[in-house]
Design a protein around this ligand. Structure first.
Ligand SMILES: *Cc1c(COP(=O)(O)O)cnc(C)c1O
Length: 399
């Protein structure tokens, strides 16, 4: 018997659930792109985006996905032959690194594995070993979406300061922005990037690069920046089209406007972060119960190192794939695949799955996802500990 009729739930870590309000805001006739409401809306959009990133500095908008934001950020502050220190805690750090390499940048990788965050002491040592300051930037992924590791951005900045190193701190916040606390200015971040389709609840298609005045000065020294990726005019346009280097992503802008309004109505970033944190605790508590018996195990042992946006789970092959198929086909709940988690004894990533809980997610959605996972483990005879749904409900009751 199938129980999937009803609203399908895409519980993957991006693209995330799109609010009906966002979709309705986008569903309209094309606006005038030369004057009027859309043009007048832009300053409110950039102001509110900066508030999301907790910065008073600059934002450039791109018609792109997160990969475009990766390339845009790198293109503005690095020239071929420059060196970066790339701190990797999962698949996404390596992806950004590969993009830097493709742009002719020399890459020094420090890989912290798939289950632990960046160790700031190692960052400090690496920078101390660079007395000539060849390293121009440190690349860090705030939340790695494959492993669900959350890195301590402020601690990395402190390590850079302790080493007295002038490199830029560049942070990938694509998974974390709007979910996990992030304070660009207070944490001394020079470049922060995100995209529309995760914590910001808008379909994929626009990306944002926030940059400090220090990063802007570095940009000014670079002689050749790809015209399209150049953030200078986008952040300080004289004419409306310069925000986008061409035609505006008209409907996405209405979607972003609506999503920012929803964040404000909820009570701003503190409220949004608190919701994500509580729901994540309920999820972790459920997994802790399931882990008491059988193969289920959270990828990140220390709660302080876990993201509130996504949870990566080990469940052993072939259970990960079997569970995803079961919840999708029987119940209409799509869980995320294991990404970059393969080890030599498990080459097919069948032993992992991920649960996305970013953006437009409330308690019944989380309880529904957890119940669906438990039903799937029961149906598939995957052993698991008891009491998971009760502890999750208890945490929600206490909130
Ligand atoms: C999703 C994601 C990306 C890639 O974004 P795309 O829109 O798929 O290009 C990069 N980094 C992180 C941390 C992500 O979560």
């Amino acid at each position: 018997m199938t129980l999937s009729f009803g609203r399908h739930y895409l519980a993957i870590p991006g693209p995330s659930v799109m609010p009906d309000r966002v979709l309705r805001a986008m569903h309209r006739a094309g606006p005038n792109i030369y004057e009027g409401a859309l043009v007048e809306m832009m300053p409110t959009l950039t102001d509110d985006l900066k508030a999301i990133a907790r910065t008073r500095h600059n934002v450039a908008i791109y018609i792109s996905n997160g990969h475009g934001a990766w390339e845009a950020a790198l293109s503005n502050v690095l020239a071929p032959g420059d060196t970066v220190l790339s701190l990797c805690t999962g698949r996404f750090g390596h992806g950004w690194t590969e993009m830097a390499e493709a742009l002719g940048v020399q890459v020094q990788i420090d890989d912290f594995g798939m289950r632990a965050p960046v160790d700031p002491d190692r960052v400090e040592s690496a920078l101390q070993a660079d007395p000539d300051h060849r390293i121009r930037a440190v690349l860090l992924t705030h939340v790695d979406t494959s492993t669900s590791i959350k890195n301590d951005v402020a601690a990395v900045r402190a390590a850079m300061d302790a080493a007295g190193h002038p490199a830029l701190l560049m942070v990938d916040c694509i998974a974390s922005m709007g979910c996990d606390r992030f304070e660009m200015d207070a944490w001394g971040v020079d470049v922060a990037i995100t995209a529309s389709q995760k914590g910001l609840m808008v379909p994929p298609g626009v990306a944002f690069v926030f940059f400090s005045d220090k990063a802007a000065r570095v940009r000014a020294e670079i002689t050749r920046v790809s015209r399209y990726w150049d953030w200078t005019d986008r952040a300080n346009p004289d004419l409306f089209y310069q925000y986008f280097g061409g035609t505006a992503p008209t409907h996405h802008l209405y979607g972003v406007r609506e999503a920012l309004d929803m964040i404000a109505e909820e009570g701003g970033m503190e409220a949004v972060w608190a919701r994500h944190a509580l729901l994540a605790r309920a999820i972790w508590a459920a997994f802790d119960c399931w882990s008491d018996r059988g193969p289920v195990e959270l990828n990140v042992a220390n709660p302080a190192h876990r993201s509130c946006a996504v949870t990566s789970v080990h469940i052993g092959a072939p259970h990960g794939t079997a569970l995803r198929r079961w919840t999708e086909e029987k119940l209409g709940v799509t869980l995320g695949i294991g990404l970059g988690m393969q080890s030599e004894d498990d080459p097919n990533a069948d032993g992992f799955f991920r649960l996305g809980h970013m953006g437009h997610v409330n308690a019944p959605m989380v309880m529904g996802a957890l119940s669906s996972i438990q039903a799937g483990m029961t149906a598939l005879k995957i052993p698991h500990g008891a009491g998971a749904l009760e502890v999750a409900a208890q945490l929600i009751a206490e909130a």
